[in-house]
Design a protein around this ligand. Structure first.
Ligand code: MSP
Length: 517
């Protein structure tokens, strides 16, 4: 049996509301997951929320509610947004779930028993804002710690450490011999450069006196786990990893069947978290090299070139955009207007202009013209099923695996091509000449068949519009609204039968009137 496709996103912090950056990442994963389902693969798509930590504890205190109540409120906002945006995941990972906590504690206990975790005293400068001890590396050219660290104080603290340094040579050798581990490739180079730099072990705890909203260390109740053993491990805890079993091949088969994953994440959390800590954690837990995950690293949506941040007050909420333009308009914009791996600037005007040019004018118009002409000249009936091709179809397929924007550009070029064919062949003129009847039939067939294929190709990004096209083509009505209606195997020429009768045109993407700015 072929292996299912297991895809994850980063789990979102629950110290604040979701914004379009979070939405972009979940959509990218959703589109890739839908594409794999379109290929007929079994897919497990995991996403969720990162609910522990200092920031949540502080935000909850400020709001005067218990941390769990606080994260439940924010979690509900994420859940509602994914529903509204049609992000269709299979596994929801919320890190306060008892199952997850138990799994994390099991992993920590085993690594502690095996000598991979030890207690040590740290004495040095500590940034209160960034919640971390600082080293000389963090000093600026004048020897001081810069303003980004906020208030810095001297501190002595005992904590637990994970023997990260011990496994760095392994990681370097692994990355050098697996050049396809990180996409885009330049991020893998950055990662290798980072691993080559010397660094110490990883502090994995906080005394409860300082942080209580976390998973208690199973071997010391005065401490909670700090961040990464809680966050990264969601990728395995929620698919049934058994932490008490050290041999990978003895893990439950339901876990082994799904693992390894394709992790989708933003550029800010590749180094060191996903690219260094995570593979080393897995390696220390006994995962063999061939069971290491892969990483697809995306860039960021910015505002006027600047990072979106609560403190700058420039964070863009997805909800009002969906209310104004619809979920599909936002899905399309966020997939089309950024090259995977690169950054992009968010612009509502560009959302509107892309929608109007590429969806309303180009695709919407092709559908409308094709159906109205087929109705007018042939009372909706197709004949002259000819042969045809879809140019560069295999390129579309590889682009859908990682650079969705490029796949959309390709589909747009098909649409433009068919619209041009209408302009050049002038079906309204052909309709006047009896000798051109077969030519007109062949053209109308080709356009309808082209639209059927386009619906399949855009369905991962625009599921609702794809159904709309099939509905209007009067194709597979028995599967209306169901994702199984679309299959990549049927994106080939000549499937609409001779004599098929298409429906009447209904505007698919009503134009958005210009926004005042
Ligand atoms: N909780 C951690 C991840 C733990 S994964 C084991 C975290 N959360 S986050 O909420 O800050 O970010 C979640 C994801 O959203 C990250 O992959 C991050 O890169 C992405 N984005 C956050 N802001 C973004 C933009 N402005 N644009 C695109 N993606 C952005 O990190």
């Amino acid at each position: 049996m072929p292996k299912p496709f297991y895809i994850t996103t980063a789990i979102d912090y629950t110290n604040g509301s979701p914004h379009i950056g979070h939405a972009y990442e979940k959509l990218l994963a959703d589109v890739i997951a839908r594409y794999h389902r379109l290929k007929g693969e079994e897919v497990y798509f995991l996403t969720g929320v990162d609910q522990h930590g200092q920031k949540v504890q502080q935000s909850a205190e400020k709001a005067g509610v218990a941390p769990q109540e606080f994260v439940d409120g924010i979690t509900a906002q994420f859940l509602a947004l994914w529903e509204k945006l049609e992000v269709k995941y299979d596994i929801w990972a919320a890190t306060t779930e008892p199952l997850h906590k138990k799994c994390v504690q099991g992993m920590l206990q085993r690594l502690y028993d095996e000598g991979q975790i030890y207690k040590d005293k740290q004495d040095g400068y500590y940034s209160i804002r960034q919640e971390q001890f600082l080293t000389d590396k963090e000093r600026g050219p004048n020897g001081d710690f810069g303003p980004e660290w906020g208030q810095v104080e001297h501190r002595t603290e005992e904590n637990y450490y994970f023997r990260l340094a011990q496994h760095k040579d392994w990681l370097l050798a692994y990355l050098r011999s697996h050049p396809d581990c990180v996409t885009p490739g330049f991020r893998q180079t950055e990662l290798i450069n980072a691993v080559e730099k010397p660094s110490g072990d990883l502090c994995i705890s906080r005394p409860k006196s300082r942080l209580s909203w976390g998973i208690e260390l199973p071997f010391d109740p005065d401490y909670v786990n700090f961040v990464w053993f809680d966050a990264l491990t969601n990728y395995i805890s929620f698919i049934g990893y058994d932490p008490t079993i050290s041999s990978f091949i003895l893990q439950p088969s339901s876990f082994q069947q799904k693992w390894p994953a394709l992790h989708i994440l933003g550029k800010d959390i590749l180094i060191p978290a996903h690219g260094i800590y995570w593979p080393i954690m897995l390696h220390a837990l006994g995962f063999p090299d061939e069971q290491m995950p892969k990483f697809l690293v995306h860039g960021w949506w910015n505002m006027g070139g600047a990072k979106m941040s609560k403190s700058l007050g420039n964070v863009v909420d997805a909800n009002p955009l969906i209310d104004k333009y619809g979920a599909e308009a936002l899905r399309y914009y966020l997939m089309a207007d950024i090259a995977t791996g690169k950054d992009s600037d968010f612009s509502e005007n560009r959302l509107v202009s892309r929608f109007n040019a590429e969806l309303a004018n180009s695709l919407g118009n092709l559908l409308h013209r094709t159906l109205s002409m087929t109705q007018r000249y042939r009372t909706g009936k197709l004949s002259e099923r000819g042969t045809g091709t879809i140019p560069l179809f295999s390129t579309y397929q590889s682009e859908m695996e990682s650079s969705v924007h490029a796949a959309l550009e390709r589909v747009n070029s098909y649409i433009t091509g068919w619209n041009q064919e209408i302009d050049v062949k002038k079906p309204w003129a052909l309709a006047k000449e009896e000798s051109a009847a077969r030519e007109l039939d062949a053209l109308l067939y080709r356009l309808a068949e082209g639209l059927r294929i386009i619906a399949i190709l855009v369905s991962p990004v625009l599921p609702k519009a794809a159904h709309g096209i099939f509905d209007q083509l009067n194709w597979k009505p028995e599967l209306a609204g169901k994702e199984e209606r679309f299959s990549l195997a049927e994106a080939e020429w000549g499937i609409l039968p001779d004599g098929h009768v298409v429906g009447k045109p209904i505007p698919l993407f009503p134009r958005i009137e210009a926004v005042e700015s």
